[in-house]
Ligand binder design. Structure first.
Ligand code: NAP
Length: 259
């Protein structure tokens, strides 16, 4: 399918690895020029070189922490006029409800709620002026069904979800859509780190920890960054202009809900 976005420009945050990279690659495959970001320059440059060589699109890199004001300023200096925004950042650490201080909550809110909101506030006016724009926020299945050990994620991402629900309806008259993609377990470094937590807590090896988590998913496997990226590219496509303010769960059926 021609997604109708060839030649557009996308800012994809936290995109040197994992789900962000999956989104960047799928957009590049659709002919979209990219600004990609991550903190570590080496992996970021490696990803950019791969995307340029594979898809022939322009890729600009900005090594910066997207959760800080300075990092966002550096990224936005290169992404001014972007037609597409994919927000993403690392997830907060696991723990239990009694572990976290106010500072821990502020850090989670900065990373997983306020950073994406600041990026939208920066880029939405240009999209509105051009009468076309797409925003996809990478959130988590935890906004539909809380994950007990990820209370910081449950809290911060639900705040972002509320902001998007209201804002998506305000920008839709201008040809701009905002939607959220909710990953369940995907095969990335983040999943490995959560597997490690399970292995350590239960005194089992990594393979057993993974098998145990796979067994909780009706698809009986982890999702892939490529599958996730394909969904992102469709939401960013010209075909998806009537999809507004939605929360699309990609979890292999793990959350047992009718809707
Ligand atoms: P990942 O494989 O660990 O990749 C994270 C990417 O983000 C890397 O490129 C990393 O590069 C970059 N990054 C992290 N913090 C950043 C920051 N502050 N500023 C800029 N770049 C940053 O993670 P993932 O699995 O793709 O997860 C992406 C998001 O989805 C996370 O918020 C995660 O919590 C959420 N999620 C993932 C899953 C899953 O199963 N994978 C499930 C639910 C939710 P640098 O480290 O070099 O910055």
């Amino acid at each position: 399918m021609d997604l109708g976005i060839k030649g557009k420009t996308a800012l994809v945050c936290a995109a040197s690895k994992g789900l962000g990279r999956g989104c960047a690659e799928a957009l590049a495959e659709a002919g979209v020029n990219l600004v990609i970001n991550a903190r570590g320059a080496e992996a970021l440059e490696g990803t950019a070189a791969h995307i340029r060589a594979t898809y022939g699109v322009n890729v600009t890199t900005v090594a910066a922490d997207i959760t800080t004001d300075e990092g966002r300023a550096a990224v936005l200096a290169k992404a001014d006029g972007a037609d597409i925004l994919v927000t993403n950042a690392g997830g907060p650490p696991p723990g239990v409800w009694s572990d976290w201080s106010r500072d821990d909550f502020i850090k989670a809110l900065d990373g997983n709620m306020l950073a994406p909101i600041a990026l939208m506030q920066a880029l939405l006016p240009g999209m509105i002026a051009r009468n076309w724009g797409r925003v996809v926020n990478i959130t988590s299945g935890s906004v539909k069904a809380p994950i007990p050990q990820l209370g910081l994620s449950n809290a911060a991402r639900t705040g972002l979800t509320g902001f998007v629900a209201g804002t998506a309806r305000q920008v839709a008259p201008h040809g701009v859509t905002i939607n959220n993609l909710l990953p369940g377990i995907h095969d990335t470094d983040r999943a490995t780190s959560l597997d490690t937590g399970v292995a350590e807590a239960q005194g089992i090896d990594m393979d057993a920890a993974r098998k145990q988590r796979e067994a909780t998913i009706p698809a009986r496997r982890y999702g892939t960054p490529a599958e996730f990226g394909a969904a992102c590219a469709f939401l960013c496509s010209d075909k998806a202009g009537f999809i507004v303010g939605q929360n699309l769960l990609l979890d292999g059926g793990a959350i047992n809900a009718t809707i």
